[in-house]
Design a protein around this ligand. Sequence first.
Ligand code: MG
Length: 233
Amino acid sequence: REGLWQAQTPQGFRLQALLAAYAAWPQGETATDDAAILERAGGAISLVPGDPMLMKITHPEDFAMAVRLASSGAEIRIGQGLDVHPFALGETVHLCGVAIAHTARLVGHSDADAGLHAVVDAILGAIGAGDIGEHFPPSDPRWKDAPSRIFVEEALRLLGERGGRLVNIDVTLVCEAPKIAPHRAAMREALAEMLHISVDRVSVKATTTERLGFTGRGEGLLAQAVASVEIPA
Ligand code: MG
């Protein structure tokens, strides 16, 4: 069997040579493949090493096998993020990418969206890529009043750079006010759109601390997030 090879598609040919070989093929005879037709016409076939990962997908079970192959070299990682911003008198609170009318605003260098900041830190945490303050120092005037969405985009870029993808995200917002429930659906949708994952992979939860501590006294809001990512092992 030393002269036998398992061939993969696609096989490459010079078009004119292949067309001429087809034209020269004896009518009525059955060919096994293009390479046989070219060889019969006097053409030379050269072999290049292939990669089993580039298997041809024809039948549904091929696809199942490809999915298994693709995920066999991946692992799931978890990251968590936590962020706090104080409240001050204002009109709008930015949370998880949604602007909420309120009697206070969150104070911060950027738009102070603690929900998104926690998400960013969770993603960075999952890939061991530092924290949001390292990538976007509060001392840098570029991030003054910046929409936090750009921090999310950078975290996703770093994840993509490592060949990773976000699997799901779970956010918990801790405050007495504003009430989160009426905005939960909008937050999940905003996060899903921003993170390029489906809404069922995004969770936004809310709780109070029963009027205890700084969140209980309404001095600030705390956000926590957990992210899981799939990344090549
Ligand atoms: Mg923050």
